[in-house]
Design a protein around this ligand. Structure first.
Ligand SMILES: Nc1nc2c(c(=O)[nH]1)N[C@H]1C(S)=C(S)[C@@H](COP(=O)(O)O)O[C@H]1N2
Ligand SMILES: [Mo]
Length: 317
């Protein structure tokens, strides 16, 4: 009853135990909220599909970091999403995210910096040359996609504010507005969604401040108007619709790590040898039938391996 198969996703999804648990929590809590506020559930979570309101971006630089693997079709990238602010099922975000207002939009960059600044979305679009970066995205649910993102290295933004010598980590915060994000009316997660990176991870040229995909501005369900993409980590380390980037001295608290610390470590580098606790050894590329082996660091080991030299990856998972 609770598991609906998408006709365009061929192989059946194995939903891990934690997902069942969360799904029950979500549906239970959503029912309570819907009854309490007299909003029909159908209205809360099943609004009309969103029109494609994207703006073309360009010209786009090509990048040596792009994979030449086959791209996951636009329709799959934009209809099979995780964005709990807009519902639990993969097809909820595309239906519900039209309530997100992406303009005006600002991102505060503060904390351990010499020049704290608020950037408007139009400033962000012009801050550095836009690149197309075709990256693999690997979710802990053991599926993956190949997405032509548009953006530039996050380091370009961080350099603008001049980190102090105390800055060791970066914290990202998603918009918190239950009016626009119906999922935030349900206490499934400790809203707003927060993620974090070590400063050297954040400054690595692979880490992308992402403003678009497939040559256009981001659809709401993919984290409009601005998100982070960290391709060697599990997908949840790539926070969507961010409003704040804070440099910190101490390791920031992150949403999934706080929710289930044994399952979601702070680092969460893609690692086929470490269970989550369910196996991460194999993955299903969306649109494909047979599973493939998952690669260490999602296949980006040559680029980023030195970030973790000498670290015990079983301890710092
Ligand atoms: N704010 C926010 N960011 C989020 C999520 C979320 O629920 N809320 N889900 C994460 C997860 S689990 C994944 S796999 C990716 C999915 O990104 P995509 O829908 O663009 O493929 O977004 C990540 N960023
Ligand atoms: Mo994910």
């Amino acid at each position: 009853m609770l598991i609906r198969k998408k006709p365009d996703i061929r192989s059946s999804e194995i939903t891990p135990a934690v997902t069942y648990r969360n799904r029950r929590k979500w549906i239970g809590a959503a029912a309570v909220v819907a009854v309490a506020s007299m909003i029909p559930m159908s209205r809360m979570f099943r609004d009309a599909p969103q029109a494609r309101a994207a703006m073309k971006l360009g010209p786009l630089l090509k990048s040596n970091f792009s994979t030449s693997e086959e791209r996951t079709p636009y329709d799959a990238v934009t209809t099979y999403n995780n964005f709990y602010e807009f519902g639990f099922d993969k097809d909820d975000p595309v239906r519900n995210a039209h309530t997100l207002r992406t303009r005006p939009w600002t991102v505060l960059v503060d904390g351990e910096v010499k020049k704290q600044r608020t950037f408007d979305i139009d400033q962000l679009l012009k801050l550095a040359p836009l690149e197309e970066r075709v990256y693999r995205l690997r979710c802990v649910e053991a599926w993956s996609m190949v997405v032509p993102w548009v953006g530039y290295p996050l380091s370009a933004l961080i350099r603008q504010v001049e980190p102090t010598g105390n800055a060791k980590f970066v914290e990202f915060t998603t918009l918190h507005d239950p009016q626009q994000m119906p999922g935030q009316r349900v206490p499934l997660l400790d809203w707003p969604y927060k993620e974090g990176l070590r400063l050297d991870e954040a400054m690595h040229p692979l880490t992308l401040l992402t403003l678009g995909l497939y040559g256009e501005t981001l659809p709401n369900q993919n984290g409009a108007p601005v998100r982070i993409v960290v391709p060697w980590k599990y997908g949840f380390k790539s926070p969507k619709s961010i409003v704040r980037v804070r440099l910190t001295e101490k390791q920031p608290k992150t949403t999934w790590n706080e929710t289930a610390p044994n399952e979601y470590g702070f680092y969460s580098n893609v690692n086929p040898t470490l269970d989550h606790p369910w196996s991460q050894a194999r993955e299903r590329r969306i649109g494909e039938f047979l599973k493939r082996n998952t690669l260490m660091f999602n296949g980006y080991a040559a680029e980023i391996g030195e970030l973790y030299a000498g670290m015990d990856l079983r301890k710092f998972f």
